[in-house]
Each structure stands twice: as C-alpha cells, then as structure tokens.
Ligand binder design. Structure first.
Ligand code: ADP
Ligand code: ASP
Ligand code: MG
Length: 441
C-alpha cells in the first residue's frame, strides 16, 4: 500500500481537486490518500477563532460567511451530478451552521481545535464524493478515530497502528482510502492537531503504521530545493536526500516538510517522495537512506530563534555545570537547538519561548545571563565527513559579509549551522547560493 498526501494548494480549487483525482487514479497501487484543508481555510478558521476569542462576534460571522461562500462556489464547479451537488451544498450549510454555533456564547480556548479541524473534514468529504461521481471506489476513514497524540504531545504509535488496522478492516477492501491530515485526538480524547503543516506528519505516521511501500508528499513545488525559493531567486530541486539530511532541513525551516515528519518514515525505512501536483512528471525528490556524496546538498533557515548566554566563573574546571543548565530546559520542556561552550560561558538557542521568563529566572542562579532575540539559524546540510578538507573554509567564506553569532560544526556530520541576526538572513542565504552552489542569489 502507498500513502499519498496532498497539501492545501493541491486541493485549493475544484480544478486542483480534479488534478488530484487524475494522480490518485493514474496507477493501480492501493493507497491511503491524506488531504490537507483547502488552501487558506486553516488560516481562515484560525482567524475566526481569534475573532471569537477577542469577543468580536459580528466580525467573526462576516468572516466565516465569506469562507462559506467560497465553498459553495467550489462545490458548484466540482460536481456535475445533481444529487451529489445537492448533498455537497447541504453538507457545507451544515458545517458552517456548526461553525457559527461557536459565536454568541463564551468562547473556550479548546474550541479552537474543533473549529480548525473542520478544514480537513470538509476537504476529504468533498474529494471522496468527487471520486464517487467519477465512478471510482473510495472509502473515507475518520482520522479522529485512529490518529492520537499522548500526554507529551508525541504520536501514540501503538494506538494508531492498532486502530488504523481495525478501521481498515471495518471499511473493507477498496483501491482508495481517504483520510484527513493534521487532525487527531489527544490523550484525553479531545480534538487536537499535529501543529501547522501537520498533514505531512499524518502521512508519514500512517506510512509507518501500515508499513507502506512508499510515502508520496504532493505539493506545489517539484521537490526539496537546494535553498529557500521564497527568499532566493535561483534554486533547483535536489534529486536525492538521506533521511538525516531531510530531517535537518525540515527541522531547520524548509517549509515543504513538517519539522518532525521524516522520523516515522526513517524508523520504518520507507522512502518519501516529494512531488509536484502542478507538474506530476517532474522527478521531485526521493528521501531514503542513500548516503550523501560528500557535497553540500541544501540550506534552510529557521527564524524566531532566541540565544541565551550563561557566564559563570563556576564553570572553570567544574563538572556537572552543563547538566544543571540543561536540566532547567528539560524541566520547562523547551528544546535546545544549538550549543557552544567555552571555559567560562555556555551559549545556546531555543525557538520555543513560551517559558522563557521562568527559564531565565532559574538560569540566573548559575551566573550572569544575556538574551538575544530575533535571530535565525542558517542550516547547511550535506555529508560533511571529517576526513575531507575544506568544508569549513568554504562555508565560512560564504559568510564574509555576515556577522556570525554562533557556529555549530561537528555535532552531526550532516549539518553545519550558523546563527545570525534575522536581518542578515536573506544576505546569508543569497551568499550561500552564490558561493556554495554557484548560483545567483
Ligand atoms: P503544502 O500546502 O502542499 O503542504 P507548503 O506550503 O507547506 O505546501 O510547502 C511547500 C512550500 O514550501 C513551497 O511552495 C515553498 O515555497 C516552500 N519551501 C521552503 N523551503 C523550501 C525548499 N527548500 N524546497 C522546496 N520548497 C520550499
Ligand atoms: N491545514 C493544516 C495547515 O494549514 C495542515 C497542513 O496543511 O498540513 O497547517
Ligand atoms: Mg505543508
């Protein structure tokens, strides 16, 4: 079985949904199709929830009704069968009546998750009916019945595997199963999600659960590019990436993949193929256990980074100091990305800042603490084997014009990271494009 995931733009209009149908039915493999919400919907639903939270009921209703109109138009374009068309209009009416029920009463924060989940619930139902209209068999699997995260917000792999197996059994044989990306339940049974861009993660988690032959992630670009196409002008798709390279790029800002989505495929040794819905013939990128060939493969950048420096004479010749520092980050469940140390100071970076003030309060017991905001990590990925010379010189020559705040080299052989002020991000990515990839910025 294969897993095929289509992102928001790929299902962003009636024409795009018809394109997805062509791709899904182009080969005879049995497949689970994972769909995101129609592009713009998740943002729209989150904006609606925010308006309700801000007690702006009237604005919220205007906002949600505009979104509803877009769906009625989409439905009109999608279906030629009048029975299905009527059913779909009624379905949209019901969904949006349900959404409107959240206005006019006190808004609970937990309701945001229920509101935002409607995007994927709508897109999958509409697409399933389209497949039926075209005379193909497809069964809709409710993701809320098998996708679950645990108390630490980590995927509950065992539960998902057994529940999905059960769901598939109940559903019976079908060449195509369709399910919602992004949405899940939490350990308390409430509707939750896998965070923004989470449909990629749904796809790889499902892939792992069913031991799929292949996971395809279909999006609006022909694979992972060597540099961020939103920021630099000339980029090209990278044909092959190792899991480690792809995981680093996803984690460090390559938006094409959810930050955590590579690991389930890597653990289950399932190749991920990144493909372009607008250009299905384009080769795209294959992510597998291929060993990179000693080259710098790609670069990505992650914003919103905060650097913390702890200076203390107590570090001199002392052991256990770093342990105590890291325990604070563990206590506040805040991941650390980069670390550098000297005899008298340790600098590290975080991007999850919700508990920053508490962390700083505790760190001050250990010495003088300095904090810098608005930083970006520029992460260069490749296979930097230590016996090959010249990488460091090559990389750092690209940063000639950029003040470097921190460097991480040697932590893993797949990643060299440089911390810069975010105002230098574009300059840095352009310089890397010119000096390391020989392309215009
Ligand atoms: P989807 O809605 O299909 O999930 P996303 O918007 O999440 O699509 O991801 C695709 C986008 O990721 C591309 O349109 C591109 O702008 C952006 N992107 C950022 N970095 C990269 C990269 N290195 N390679 C390819 N795309 C990238
Ligand atoms: N619809 C969700 C989002 O916009 C999930 C996804 O697209 O992957 O974040
Ligand atoms: Mg995405």
């Amino acid at each position: 079985m294969q897993v095929l995931k289509f992102g928001g733009t790929s299902v962003g209009s009636a024409a795009r949904m018809k394109g997805v149908f062509q791709i899904v039915t182009a080969d005879p493999h049995q497949k689970i199709v994972v769909l995101s919400a129609v592009s713009g919907t998740t943002n729209g639903l989150l904006a609606y929830a925010q308006l309700l939270a801000d007690d702006k009921s009237e604005e919220a209703i205007t906002h949600i009704s505009a979104l509803e109109n877009q769906y009625h138009e989409l439905v009109n374009e999608l279906y030629s069968d009048s029975d299905i068309l009527n059913k779909a209009h009624k379905f949209i009416d019901e969904k949006f009546d349900f959404l409107r029920e959240f206005s006019g009463k006190k808004f609970e924060l937990s309701e945001e998750k229920i509101i935002v989940a409607q995007g994927e619930l709508i897109s999958t139902q509409l697409f399933t009916w389209y497949v039926h209209q075209e005379g193909e068999k497809a069964i809709l699997l409710p993701a809320l019945d098998f996708m679950r995260i645990d108390k630490s917000s980590e995927p509950d792999e065992y539960y998902m595997k057994s529940m999905l197996e059960k769901e598939l059994q109940i559903a019976g044989e079908s060449p195509i199963y369709i399910t919602q990306g992004y949405i899940c339940r939490n350990a308390y049974g409430e509707v939750d999600n896998l965070k923004r861009g989470g449909s990629d993660y749904t796809a790889t988690l499902i892939g792992q659960a069913i031991d799929a032959e292949e996971i395809q992630i279909w999006t609006d670009i022909d694979g992972m590019h060597n540099n961020d196409p939103r920021i630099v002008q000339k980029t090209y798709p990278v044909k092959n990436l190792s899991y480690d390279e792809a995981a680093e790029l996803a984690y460090f800002g390559a938006k094409i993949l959810h930050p955590s989505c590579v690991l389930p495929a890597q653990k289950a040794k399932i190749p991920i193929r990144l493909k372009n819905t607008m250009d299905p013939k384009a080769e795209g990128t294959t992510i597998s256990k291929r060993k990179a060939d000693g080259e710098i493969t790609a670069v990505a950048a992650k914003d919103g980074i905060v650097a913390i420096k702890i200076k203390s004479g107590r570090m001199l010749n002392a052991y256990g100091f770093l342990k105590k520092i890291f325990e604070i980050f563990e206590q506040y469940q805040t991941p650390v990305d980069m670390v550098t140390t000297s005899e008298v100071a340790v600098s590290l970076t975080i991007d999850e800042t919700s508990r920053l003030s508490k962390i700083l309060l505790d760190l001050r017991h250990f010495g003088q603490v300095e904090v810098d905001h608005n930083l970006s990590i520029i992460c260069m990925v490749g296979n930097f084997t230590s016996d090959q010379r010249g990488y460091a010189a090559k990389i750092f020559s690209a940063f000639e014009q950029v003040p470097i705040r921190m460097i991480s080299y040697g932590g893993s052989k797949y990643n060299v990271s440089v911390l810069v002020d975010s105002t230098y991000k574009k300059t840095a990515l352009q310089a890397v494009n010119e000096k390391l990839f020989g392309l215009d910025g």
